[in-house]
Write a protein that binds this ligand. Structure first.
Ligand SMILES: Cc1ncc(COP(=O)(O)O)c(C=O)c1O
Length: 367
């Protein structure tokens, strides 16, 4: 069986280095908010080309704490609106509603699967405070048109960089494109820990300070609480794992690109809509390789019979989820079309070339 993702196989090349680093943490006797987190924060800030990084518990918390931080700074208020792509993973939207702001769903571009910049303008109201740009599947969702629109209307750009570690736009890495960015470092992500982890990156020193306090009960100084904060800290063990894996991120992303290039060049079955290749100024990191087909179940069953595991990202759009029942009757046709037809093929750095070839053959033999 070719599995969709094999995390053990993916982590094997770094096993020795990771174990040595974890052993050092265990032997240090310091496990929460110590030097190792500070070192990783510096490394990831440098990597993203920003001044500040704050390690947090997971990607959802990273996004939630950015919005909460802007609230504490008096920049966002309850019921303010944030534009967000309708086809994103639900976490992007949860980060907004958790803060009692209003997500305004915007249809994606069927070509990129990212927010359709042409639809943003009509959704802007006096209450709009930000655009939450999601780099879905590892493809950059930010464009200079979005920046221009944000500047014209005084909006913040918040990046959801959960799926895009290392992707670039005009040479700038995601995490360094917006006013603030939340990244998930969940094990299956391009930069993955061995448990939950996340990070906020920003050039805004004030926001960085507020998020740093919010993640730690709202305090800068032990037992002095300025905000009603939360406990969402990156721990020392995950930090050292991430420091090891960050060194190899570009190499891993290049391997992902090589595999994607093969899929794009060699899968030629007209029944499958392949992802569109990116423009020169973008460097996609292929967190997921998705194809679309009207007969998704049939195609998935066929690949499963051929010994190839697939997944669906995602089967139900946020506006059709029971969690957001007040939206259930709304219609976002492009989003719904994507959710009805999309299916992801295995693509991860440790997959073998002969497995990639088998996947290509199976796709081309599908009738
Ligand atoms: C687009 C997107 N945003 C946010 C998140 C949330 O990240 P985490 O699972 O680390 O909370 C994810 C996680 O899958 C995601 O895919």
């Amino acid at each position: 069986m070719i599995h969709f993702l094999e995390l053990k196989k993916s982590n094997t090349p770094y096993r020795r280095e990771v174990i040595d680093a974890i052993t050092e943490v265990i032997d240090s006797g310091w496990y929460i908010l110590g030097e190792k987190v500070k070192i990783f924060e510096k490394e990831i800030a440098n990597y993203c080309g920003v001044e500040h990084a704050i390690g947090v518990g997971n990607g959802l918390d990273a996004l939630t704490l950015i919005i909460r931080g802007y609230k504490e700074m008096g920049i966002f208020h309850e019921n303010d609106e944030i534009l967000v792509p309708a086809n994103t993973y639900i976490a992007s939207i949860l980060s907004i509603t958790e803060n009692r702001l209003r997500p305004i769903l915007v249809e994606p571009d069927i070509y990129t699967y990212n927010i359709d910049v042409n639809l943003i303008k009509d959704k802007i109201t006096p209450r709009t405070k930000a655009i939450l740009v999601v780099h879905l599947y590892g493809r950059v969702g930010y464009t200079h048109e979005i920046r221009a629109m944000a500047e014209e209307h005084g909006l913040k750009i918040i990046e959801d960089a959960a799926q895009s570690a290392g992707a670039k736009y005009n040479g700038v890495v995601t995490g360094g494109l917006g006013d603030a960015s939340g990244m998930s470092l969940y094990p299956s992500k391009n930069l993955g820990a061995i448990g939950d982890a996340g990070v906020v990156t920003t050039d805004d020193g004030k926001l960085a300070d507020v998020v740093r306090a919010l993640r730690n009960y709202g305090s800068f100084e032990k037992y002095h609480n300025i905000y009603q904060g939360v406990n969402s800290r990156l721990d020392e063990i995950q930090a050292v794992v991430l420091s090891v894996k960050l060194k190899y991120l570009d190499k891993e992303n290049n391997r992902r690109r090589d595999i994607a290039r093969r899929y794009l060049g060699e899968i030629n079955n007209k029944k499958l809509v392949l992802p569109h290749d990116t423009q020169d100024r973008e460097s996609h990191v292929w967190h997921l390789f998705t194809v679309r087909t009207g007969k998704r179940k049939e195609f998935g069953d066929y690949l499963s019979d051929m010994g190839i595991e697939t997944m669906i990202h995602y089967p139900v759009p946020p506006h059709k989820q029971p969690a957001y029942s007040s939206w259930n009757n709304e219609s976002y046709p492009i989003t719904e079309e994507i959710h009805r037809t999309i299916i992801s093929l295995p693509l991860y750095p440790a997959i073998l070339d002969n497995e990639v070839a088998r996947i290509i053959d199976a796709c081309n033999s599908y009738r």
